[in-house]
Design a protein around this ligand. Sequence first.
Ligand code: UDP
Length: 316
Amino acid sequence: MSRAGAMAEKVLVTGGAGYIGSHTVLELLEAGYTPVVIDNFHNAIRGEGSMPESLRRVQELTGRSVEFEEMDILDQAALQCLFKKIMRVHGVKNLVFSSSATVYGKPQYLPLDESHPTGSCTNPYGKSKFFIEEMIQDLCQADKTWNAVLLRYFNPIGAHASGHIGEDPQGIPNNLMPYVSQVAIGRREALNVFGNDYDTEDGTGIRDYIHVVDLAKGHIAALRKLKEQCGCRIYNLGTGTGYSVLQMVQAMEKASGKKIPYKVVARREGDVAACYANPSLALEELGWTAALGLDRMCEDLWRWQKQNPSGFSSQA
Ligand code: UDP
C-alpha cells in the first residue's frame, strides 16, 4: 500500500490522448501514478477547454484530474522545456517504448519470441519502430544509468468496459476491427477481406488480437520492471493465440448480433500470412499475462461503437 501523502510518481505519456494512450493513462491513474500527457491532436478529438475528449472521459471515469499539454514531440524546444521541468525533479532515465510486432517482419517461425530476428520489416512503420529500438538498445548499452522496456505490441482491439473510451480512427480505418465495427453499426457497407489465398486454415490472415486494457496493464508491469534497474529489456505483449480475419468477423457478428457483409479482394501489400506471439517471457519476467479473451474484446468494442457511433466527435 502506498503511504498517505507520499508523492505520486510522475509518468510522461507521449501521444496519451490516442487509443492506446488514453487506456494506459486510465490504468496509470488507477495504479496510483500521476500521468503527464502530451499530444499534438494528430489522432485525437478536442473536448472542452484544452483537454482531448478521450482524457476528459478518463477524468470522468477515474474521478482524477489529468495533467495535459498540447505539444508536438517534434517541437524540440517545447519538449526540452518540459523535460527540464520534469528532469529537475526526477532525472528521467527510464523509458517504456511502444514498439510493434511488425519489427519481426515476415516470421521465420511461429509463435514469435523476442529472440526472433528483427529489421527486415515489410513496411515503413515497422522500420521506424525497429530503428528506435536499436537506438534505445545502444543508449542503454553505452550508458548504464539508463533503463528501458521495449514493448512489442501485437494487435490491440476492444475498449474500456465502460464504453466511454475506445478507438476512433480518423477517416477510413486501416485496421481490421475498427473497420468491422463500423460495418456492424452501418457506417460502412462491407468489409474488404485482403486475400483468402494465404497458407492458413481458411486462407485469410491470422493475427494475435489483444484487449487494449490488457495491453495498457502491460505498461504498468513494465514500469515496475524499470524499478529493478533492468537495463534494456524487450517483451512481446500478445495473447499467444491467433485468429483469422473470418474468425474475427464471426466473433463480432456474435457480439453485435449484426450481420457483417464482406467481400474478398486482393492481398494488401506488406501483409504476412500469420503473426502471433509467444508471450511467456512477459509472464516470467513481468508477471504479466493477457486476461481477456476474444469474446470480451468484441463485446467491449461493440459497446464503445454502439454508445459512440461517431467516436469522440459529437453527432451532428
Ligand atoms: N484486413 C482486412 N481488411 C481490412 C483490414 C485488415 O482483411 O480492411 C486484414 C489484414 O490483411 C490482416 C488482418 O486483417 O490479415 C489484420 O490487419 P490489421 O491492419 O488490423 O493489422 P496488421 O496487419 O497491422 O497486423
